[in-house]
Design a protein around this ligand. Structure first.
Ligand SMILES: Cc1cc2nc3c(=O)[nH]c(=O)nc-3n(C[C@H](O)[C@H](O)[C@H](O)COP(=O)(O)O)c2cc1C
Length: 177
């Protein structure tokens, strides 16, 4: 799939039919996440993947009802975290950019988008979710205190043809000088 088509046709998907996903496919997708740029190549994203039916069910149970419902039947959840104190930091580990620790989430988003686009090119659909039971997920996955949980990415085979939500007109968002 051409990059243009991949970007234009990726859609957030909110209805899935279960099909197992192999560990090899998960690794392949996460490796594409790792290829994303990051602050000074600090590579702060970490990946926790629920792949067994038990872990999928557990992560699903830690989502708010609407996300729970929307991602029934996914083949995996990829939970991404950001290791703190690296991205946007000086050698002493102090955040020194105008965005504070914002570049940690920026790096994470780049990795997540890489994975979503690559998964789409392989025929998998995704839903990026920012709402979940943070404490429950942290405890279940054993996420250490020096990582922030950023996103739960649902991954699976779609059971719907999602329409693209409208985008703003280009003149509403673009200023060229
Ligand atoms: C940071 C972030 C958090 C999101 N959280 C949710 C969510 O909790 N539930 C959901 O259904 N969609 C969520 N979305 C998906 C957006 O609603 C979706 O990307 C947007 O409507 C554009 O649609 P598209 O992805 O099909 O282009 C999230 C997207 C992003 C980038």
């Amino acid at each position: 799939m051409e990059i243009k088509e991949c970007i234009e046709t990726r859609r957030s998907t909110r209805k899935y039919k279960y099909e197992p996903i192999s560990k090899e496919v998960i690794e392949d997708i996460v490796k594409k996440g790792q290829l994303a740029p990051s602050w000074k190549n600090s590579q702060t994203p970490r990946y926790y993947v629920a792949l067994s039916s038990e872990s999928i069910e557990k992560v699903n149970s830690l989502l708010p009802d609407f996300n729970k419902e929307r991602t029934q039947g996914v083949g995996a959840y990829v939970v991404t975290t950001a290791k703190k104190g690296l991205s946007g930091c000086n050698a002493e580990g102090e955040y020194f950019s105008h965005l504070g620790n914002g570049y940690e989430c920026f790096d994470n988003g780049l990795a997540v988008e890489n994975m979503a686009l690559y998964a789409h090119s392989l025929g998998y659909s995704t839903l990026i979710m920012g709402l979940f039971d943070e404490a429950g997920l942290r405890s279940y996955l054993g996420v250490p205190d020096d990582e922030d949980i950023v996103i739960v990415l649902a991954l699976g085979k779609k059971d719907i043809e999602p329409k693209m939500p409208e985008r703003k007109r280009i003149d509403e968002v673009l200023k060229i000088f």
